[in-house]
Design a protein around this ligand. Structure first.
Ligand SMILES: Nc1ncnc2c1ncn2[C@@H]1O[C@H](COP(=O)(O)OP(=O)(O)OP(=O)(O)O)[C@@H](O)[C@H]1O
Ligand SMILES: [Mg+2]
Length: 214
C-alpha cells in the first residue's frame, strides 16, 4: 500500500507520522520504504539517526525528487509491501505526484497551528489528485497537545473534514506529548521509546490499523 502524508502547513507533524507509521510497519515484519520528498530530508535523517544507534528493525529511507517520484514508484511498488511518502508543505510537483500515486492520504492537522491550515490550497491539491486518482482515501488526523482536545478547535477540524468529499476524521486525536517528540528526535517510533507511554503507543497503533487494516 502507498500512503502519502501531506498538508500545506509546516510543522503539522507530517514527518513524525510518516516515520512512526513506517517503523510500525517494519516492526510488523512488512517490507517498508520511506520516501522523503521534502528537501529538508527530515525522514531520511530520522532513519540515519536510527541506523547510527543500531536500532532494529532498520527502516529503509531515501530522498526522492518530484520528477522521479512517479516513474520510480512504478518499480518500487513491486519491491515493497508498503511505501510511506513524506511530502513537503509546499505545493510542488512532488507533493502533487505523491497524492496521485497514493492509496491513502493522511492529512495531519495540528490543533495548535489551525491558523496555518490553508484549506483552500489543500482542497485544490486534493481535487487535482482525485482527477487522476479517484479512489484516493483521505484520512484527517488531529494532532493535539492537550487532553482532552479543545472542543472548539475540534469543531474547526470537523468542518474542514466535511469540506473534503469522502474524507474521514480519525476517531481519536494523536497526542503530541513528550514521548512522541523525544522518540522522533532519537530516530525511534513512539512504540520503541522508554519509558513507554501506553496511551501514545495505543493511539499510533490504532492509526496504523485504521490505515493498513487489522
Ligand atoms: N528536532 C526537533 N526537535 C524538537 N522538536 C521538533 C524537531 N523537529 C520537529 N519538531 C517539532 O515536532 C513537531 C512535528 O514536526 P514535523 O517535522 O513532523 O512536522 P512537519 O509537518 O513534517 O514539518 P515540515 O513542514 O517542516 O516538514 C513540530 O511541532 C515541530 O516543531
Ligand atoms: Mg516534514
Amino acid at each position: 500500500m502507498i500512503i502519502t502524508i501531506a498538508n500545506e502547513s509546516g510543522g503539522a507533524s507530517k514527518s513524525m507520522l510518516a516515520d512512526n507509521l513506517a517503523a510500525l510497519r517494519a516492526i510488523a515484519g512488512r517490507k517498508v520504504l520511506l520516501l522523503d520528498n521534502d528537501p529538508q530530508h527530515a525522514s531520511v535523517n530520522w532513519c540515519a539517526e536510527r541506523q547510527a544507534s543500531g536500532k532494529r528493525p532498520q527502516v529503509a529511507a531515501r530522498p526522492i525528487s518530484g520528477k522521479g517520484l512517479q516513474p520510480e514508484l512504478e518499480n518500487l511498488a513491486y519491491r515493497y509491501n508498503d511505501i510511506v511518502i513524506d511530502t513537503e508543505s509546499r505545493d510542488s510537483l512532488g507533493s502533487r505526484s505523491a497524492l496521485i500515486a497514493a492509496h491513502v492520504a493522511i492529512i495531519p492537522v495540528d490543533l495548535e497551528c489551525l491558523e496555518q491550515l490553508n484549506e483552500a490550497k489543500l482542497l485544490a491539491r486534493i481535487d487535482t489528485a482525485r482527477l487522476f486518482n479517484p479512489g484516493l482515501r483521505i484520512l484527517v488526523v488531529a494532532i493535539c497537545a492537550e487532553e482532552p482536545p479543545c472542543a472548539e478547535k475540534m469543531a474547526v477540524v470537523r468542518n474542514f473534514v466535511a469540506s473534503i468529499p469522502a474524507a474521514q476524521l480519525f476517531h481519536t486525536a494523536i497526542h503530541s506529548g513528550s514521548a512522541l517528540r523525544l522518540a522522533f528526535q532519537d530516530g525511534l517510533s513512539v512504540c520503541e521509546y522508554q519509558p513507554a507511554d501506553r496511551e501514545a503507543i495505543s493511539e499510533m497503533k490504532e492509526l496504523c490499523s485504521e490505515i493498513f487494516g487489522r
